[in-house]
Design a protein around this ligand. Structure first.
Ligand code: SF4
Length: 348
């Protein structure tokens, strides 16, 4: 069990406010809604203001693209629930099983921002910024300020990769690596390409779902021209997140030769029923994206009200297996700190 020491976290705010010469997606990021009460007002839910925490430890952030997919007047909207800070995040009796570093990130860090947990792959924390703040985020307490790979930390990361020729895949994570502008991302990828042992670049990003205009021509070009094989793992939990614009952008990624997979988190009150997950898998297929992982909630302090029991998760998985072709059934997994791989859940 991790010690329950409070770590100074966290994600940086989404962007600076200057909008001169910025691409549209940057402007949208800079104008993200960062107040829970404003978010409720946009959705005509002023009557629900007593439910929220207006000064949460982990700030409220949601893009207009994401908010536009929520149902006006519905406090139980599955997208709203993912980003709305509720006062129950601070109820100690609900959160008592939650900890600050549920997946053992700090123990796996080899140099600032480089995590090496699994054989053959390593993960680079590139930034603490995200376009939305998911309330269940397992890195909501991560100390990004001193544990991200800043440009002057990259040499140490490359040196470590050089000493470990068995690592052939590097994962860009965060935060959200696609919050970086194309020039910065391109420079980072070029430096990673100089590591001869790397053959695959995996990008974990929620932006194709919550800020789809981030998939612009410049990004597609820089990914297409890399010598590395590119895999993009997006993060969608509900089919309502994948509307027309998201579908178009995911098609562009696919057309650019990028393997696109999805990971979801099983969340109480949001997607913890078979029908919702079946609809999501079918919608992902329409978006040329295959379901990859369905994660049990990482037990992070502040998010335990989203927890779904392993027993319920297995009931849901049984229905998915009965009703979907195998390639549309995500693998139910849990990340356990210190283990050499994700733990697949096959029984209760
Ligand atoms: S986008 Fe990912 S890293 Fe960012 S808050 Fe959501 S789950 Fe956490």
């Amino acid at each position: 069990m991790q010690s329950h020491v409070k770590i100074i976290r966290k994600h940086t705010e989404p962007a600076s406010t200057s909008t001169v010469s910025k691409p549209n997606w940057k402007k949208e990021l800079a104008n993200a809604t960062t107040s829970a009460s404003r978010l409720l007002k946009k959705l005509q839910l002023e009557s629900q203001l007593p439910l929220i925490d207006e000064r949460p430890d982990f700030s409220c952030v949601a893009t207009d693209s994401y908010i536009s997919k929520m149902q006006i007047g519905d406090i139980n909207d599955p997208l709203l629930r993912q980003v709305l800070p509720l006062s129950e995040e601070k109820h100690s009796h609900i959160q008592s099983d939650g900890i600050y570093d549920p997946v053992g990130d700090m123990a796996a860090m080899t140099s600032p921002g480089l995590l090496h947990k699994y054989n053959g792959r390593a993960l680079l924390i590139t930034t603490g910024a995200c376009a939305i703040h998911c309330r269940y985020c397992f890195r909501r307490h991560y100390p990004y300020q001193h544990s991200s790979c800043k440009s002057n930390d990259l040499d140490a990361a490359l040196e470590y990769l050089g000493l470990h020729p068995e690592i052939d895949e590097i994962i860009l994570s965060g935060g959200d690596p696609l919050v970086m502008v194309n020039d910065k991302l391109s420079s980072l990828i070029q430096q990673l390409e100089s590591a001869p042992n790397l053959s695959t670049l995996r990008i974990h990003s929620r932006l194709p779902v919550v800020l789809p205009d981030r998939i612009d021509e410049g990004l597609l070009e820089l990914l297409q021209t890399s010598r590395l094989q590119i895999v993009m793992v997006i993060h969608s939990n509900h089919a309502n997140e994948l509307q027309h614009n998201e579908q178009s952008k995911l098609h562009l990624l696919h057309a650019a030769g990028i393997t696109v997979l999805n990971q979801s988190v099983l969340l109480k009150g949001i997607n913890d029923d078979a029908e919702t997950l079946i609809t999501l898998s079918k919608r992902l297929l329409q978006c040329n994206t295959l379901p990859y992982y369905l994660h049990l909630l990482d037990p992070v302090d502040g998010a335990m009200h989203f927890d779904v029991s392993r027993q319920n998760a297995m009931h849901i998985m049984t229905k998915l297996q009965q009703q979907l072709p195998g390639y549309l059934v995500p693998k139910l997994v849990q990340e356990i700190a210190g283990k050499q791989a994700k733990t697949a859940i096959f029984d209760i």
